[in-house]
Each structure stands twice: as structure tokens, then as C-alpha cells.
Ligand binder design. Structure first.
Ligand SMILES: Cc1cc2nc3c(=O)[nH]c(=O)nc-3n(C[C@H](O)[C@H](O)[C@H](O)COP(=O)(O)OP(=O)(O)OC[C@H]3O[C@@H](n4cnc5c(N)ncnc54)[C@H](O)[C@@H]3O)c2cc1C
Length: 127
């Protein structure tokens, strides 16, 4: 029986687990990601995520933003209002120094990009 040694073992290869694994790239740590479901099952989850500018920064930092950008929707503004109150608060990209106030991405887009990024790194093993 062969034995593998890892410094970090991540239980669950969904978006958060793979993002953590990709964030550890370049650290020198040997990382294992253990996912109970098949890649197809994990990729098939019918969800979309509203991504904050901070999430966008994380995805840029781990190197998948360029790949997912064509499939990302941009929210040009967010308006906070209340039915009984006359005033509104409007956030625009200029307020945040970002191209958009918020982003939206389908699960499959993120999952595919993250899985590819993680599984092509020699220090990360996806099970
Ligand atoms: C419809 C929907 C829309 C959402 N929209 C948003 C959004 O817009 N913005 C946002 O921030 N969040 C959103 N979320 C929430 C987001 O999906 C979750 O907060 C996040 O995915 C939770 O991360 P997690 O790692 O705990 O779980 P998951 O992403 O579910 O990942 C857990 C993984 O662990 C695997 N697993 C479970 N048990 C084991 C085991 N024993 N061994 C190995 N693997 C195991 C599972 O198969 C799964 O792949 C949404 C969720 C849903 C359902």
C-alpha cells in the first residue's frame, strides 16, 4: 500500500475548499482535497453566486479571474431603499474602485476554473 503525506487536508472540494487549496499554491505545503462526489456531480449544482468585490479580489489573486471573466455578470449599481423612507443609498463602481459593485457567476464556471487550477498544481492532489 502506498502512503502519501500531506501538510493540509481539505474535506470537501466545493467552491470554498478549492479556493482554499488554490490560495495555498506557492506556499510549499502539500495539500490534499478530498471530495465525496464525482467532478460531474459537484459541477452540476444548479446555483449562481453573487460575488462581492472582495471575492473578486480573491479570485484574481489565485489566478482564475481572467478565465472566468467572460462568464461573469457585472452589477453596475446597488440601491438600498425602504418602502416607507424617501431617501435611497446608491453604490456605484467608483465608490469601490472596482469595475462593478457586485458580480454574479454560475456555479459551474467557478467550480471548473477552480478545479482546473487546483488539479494542475503539483503540490495539490484532488481525490
Ligand atoms: C442555491 C444556492 C445559492 C447560493 N448563492 C450564494 C451566493 O450568491 N453567494 C454566496 O456567497 N453563497 C451562496 N450560497 C452558499 C454557498 O454555496 C455556501 O455557503 C458554500 O458553498 C458553503 O461552502 P461549504 O464548503 O461549506 O459547502 P459546499 O460548497 O457544499 O461544499 C462541501 C463539499 O464537501 C463535500 N463533502 C461533504 N461531506 C463530505 C465528506 N464526508 N467527505 C468528503 N467530501 C464531503 C460535498 O460533496 C461538497 O462538495 C448559495 C447556496 C445555494 C444552495
Amino acid at each position: 500500500m502506498s502512503v502519501s503525506n500531506y501538510d493540509v487536508i481539505i474535506a470537501g472540494g466545493g467552491i470554498p475548499g478549492l479556493t482554499l487549496a488554490c490560495g495555498l499554491r506557492g506556499s510549499g505545503l502539500r495539500v490534499a482535497v478530498i471530495e465525496a462526489q464525482t467532478e460531474v456531480q459537484v459541477g452540476d449544482r444548479p446555483r449562481a453566486y453573487a460575488l462581492s468585490p472582495l471575492s473578486a479580489r480573491i479570485f484574481r489573486a489565485i489566478g482564475i479571474w481572467e478565465q472566468i471573466a467572460p462568464a461573469i455578470s457585472h452589477f453596475p449599481q446597488v440601491v438600498l431603499s425602504d418602502a416607507d423612507y424617501l431617501h435611497r443609498v446608491v453604490f456605484t463602481p467608483a465608490d469601490l474602485g472596482e469595475p462593478a459593485v457586485y458580480y454574479c457567476a454560475e456555479h459551474r464556471v467557478l467550480q471548473t476554473a477552480l478545479h482546473h487550477q487546483a488539479s494542475t498544481d503539483p503540490h495539490i492532489t484532488c481525490y
